[in-house]
Design a protein around this ligand. Structure first.
Ligand code: SF4
Length: 230
C-alpha cells in the first residue's frame, strides 16, 4: 500500500474502518492463511475508496481474493472491477476507466465504493454473522450520506446490508435488478446484479443492463442537484 493510500485509510473514522478489526474469527484465520500463501497481498479489511462527500455510494459484497484483497482497493485487480470502473468513468464518476492499483492515480468524483463485508470470505461467501458484524461499519459510513444521495447495491447481500445499516425494514423493498427504492431524506437505493465475472460471462448482467441502472442514478442525482440549486 502506498503512503497516500495508508494516509487516506488512516483518515477514516474508526467507526467506519478499523484496519485491525478481528470481530470475525473465521475471516481473520482465513486472511492469515491467504497471507502465508501470498505474502505480497494486502490481506486486511479493505477500506472504502473514493470521495468522502460522495452523493453516490456503491456497495459490493466483499473483497475478491486476487482483487481487492490483494491490492487494498475495492474492485481492483480482478475481473469484477472492469465493468464497474468503465461505467463510473463513462458517467463522469471516475477520472479513468480502469483501476489497477492503489497508486494508479485514479480519483472518484462524488462517488465512493465500499463492501458489505470488508474482509475476504472463503469462497466469496460470508456467513450471515459476518455480514452482521461488519454492518456497524457500513451503518457508520452511510450515516453521513447527504440528502438525496444515491446508493447502488451490487447484489442481494449488499441490498440487505444497506437496508439493515439504515434501519429500513426489508418488507416492501425486495431486491431485483433495476429496482429502485425511495428511502428517507430523498435517498434512493438502486439495485443491480453484481458485476462479477460469472454474471457478466453468462450475460446475466450485460453492459447495457448495467448502464441503464447508471442512467437512472444520473437522472436521480440531476434532479437532486436541480432541487438544491433552486
Ligand atoms: S469482516 Fe468486518 S467485522 Fe468482520 S473482521 Fe473484517 S472488518 Fe471486522
Amino acid at each position: 500500500m502506498t503512503r497516500a493510500a495508508v494516509r487516506d485509510a488512516a483518515a477514516l473514522p474508526a467507526a467506519v474502518y478499523d484496519p485491525a478489526c478481528c470481530r470475525c474469527a473465521r475471516l481473520v484465520r482465513h486472511l492469515q492463511q491467504v497471507r502465508a500463501e501470498h505474502p505480497g497481498y494486502f490481506c486486511r479489511p479493505v477500506p472504502p475508496f473514493g470521495d468522502r462527500r460522495a452523493t453516490l455510494v456503491i456497495v459490493g459484497l466483499a473483497p475478491g481474493k486476487h482483487g481487492a484483497n490483494a491490492t487494498g482497493r475495492p474492485f481492483t485487480g480482478d475481473y469484477a472491477g472492469i465493468l464497474l470502473y468503465a461505467t463510473l468513468f463513462k458517467f463522469g464518476f471516475a477520472s479513468r476507466p480502469e483501476s489497477t492499483s492503489v497508486d494508479d492515480g485514479l480519483r472518484l468524483k462524488k462517488a465512493r465504493i465500499t463492501n458489505a463485508v470488508k474482509c475476504l470470505p472463503p469462497g466469496n461467501k460470508p456467513l450471515p454473522a459476518e455480514v452482521s458484524n461488519c454492518n456497524a461499519f457500513l451503518a457508520a459510513e452511510l450515516g453521513t450520506l447527504p440528502e438525496g444521495a444515491a446508493l447502488l447495491a451490487l447484489g442481494r447481500v449488499a441490498h440487505d446490508a444497506i437496508l439493515r445499516a439504515l434501519g429500513v425494514r426489508a418488507r416492501g423493498h425486495a431486491f431485483a435488478h433495476g429496482a429502485e427504492h425511495a428511502l428517507a431524506r430523498g435517498v434512493r437505493l438502486f439495485d443491480s446484479y453484481h458485476c462479477s465475472r460469472y454474471n457478466t460471462n453468462t450475460r446475466r448482467l450485460t453492459t447495457a443492463m448495467f448502464e441503464r441502472v447508471f442512467e437512472s442514478i444520473a437522472r436521480h442525482l440531476d434532479k437532486r442537484h436541480a432541487v438544491h440549486a433552486v
